[in-house]
Design a protein around this ligand. Sequence first.
Ligand SMILES: [Zn+2]
Ligand SMILES: [Zn+2]
Length: 328
Amino acid sequence: MVSGRRELGRGERVVPGVFRLRLPLPWPGVPHCNAWAVKAGDGFVLFDTGRHQPDSFSDLERALAMCNLRLDELRLVVCTHAHSDHYGQAATLVERTGRELWMHPNHQHMTRMAEDPEAVNAGRIEVARQSGVPEEPLRRYASQLGSRESGLSGVIEPDRDLVNGVTIASDLGDWVVYETPGHAPSHVCMFQSEQRLLISGDHLLGRISLYFDYGYTPDPVGEFLTSLDVVERLGARLCLAGHGRTFTDVYAHVQGNRKLVGERLQTVLDAVSREPLTAFDIVPHVYGDSLSQQNAQWLLSKILGYLTHLQATGVIRRIAGEPERWSA
Ligand SMILES: [Zn+2]
Ligand SMILES: [Zn+2]
């Protein structure tokens, strides 16, 4: 029966003791996310959880079963960052297993949204208005924000803060935490130095795709570039990313990210060098006509990230006003 058929969670062994759990997502262009199960003693550690949505918990259990793992063997939940596709089911997992959640403490970019969506959405609309989004799309955006699902089964605080140097024990050896903010303020990567394996979350993906959570830290793009330096120094051999397949050419991916950020910054700088522009004006310069209702906030958040970084490095300035403009 074709109608009503949906993608299911799937699991596979990647290297001995490490399993990829491929979990479906409802997002256009991003059909799955990965959680990683790593054997530890008589059970396993789960890195990331998948998003909370209809049937998402059975997707996770199904993926685990394909790897001969059961939920009652779960020993610890670790999240690379607090986006819904990586943290969304943490509350259910903790509730069902009684195990701990470890995550970076700067998770307010997500948890505040779940606790007080009205305040967060009002802030987002204000940012969009300040950025020059015209009245009509702004109204549509506002109504759409109110009905959006959070993708979280609940809001839960970490039992332990994943900051630099914290280790997570497994059968492969210890994984060491490296803070890698930029994509999200709460982002961390975990490195296993003997096997040279890197759990990279959304910091490094096989198919390069940039995103920066704007509005929580002074310069997310600058933080992302610094986080690329951090990961480059590790010398990982295999990357276990938050989406897509594993990949080996980690150095080339770091370079590819740097290059793309550099190109985007240059395009934004060129645009505002001709005339003062709002962030909204700049979107077509960087992304052509790909702006839509679905990706508007995503694209605007990135443009604001680039603008803020160019301002932080002293090459452009913000012209206060309604809306605000940017000039070289
Ligand atoms: Zn993310
Ligand atoms: Zn993700």
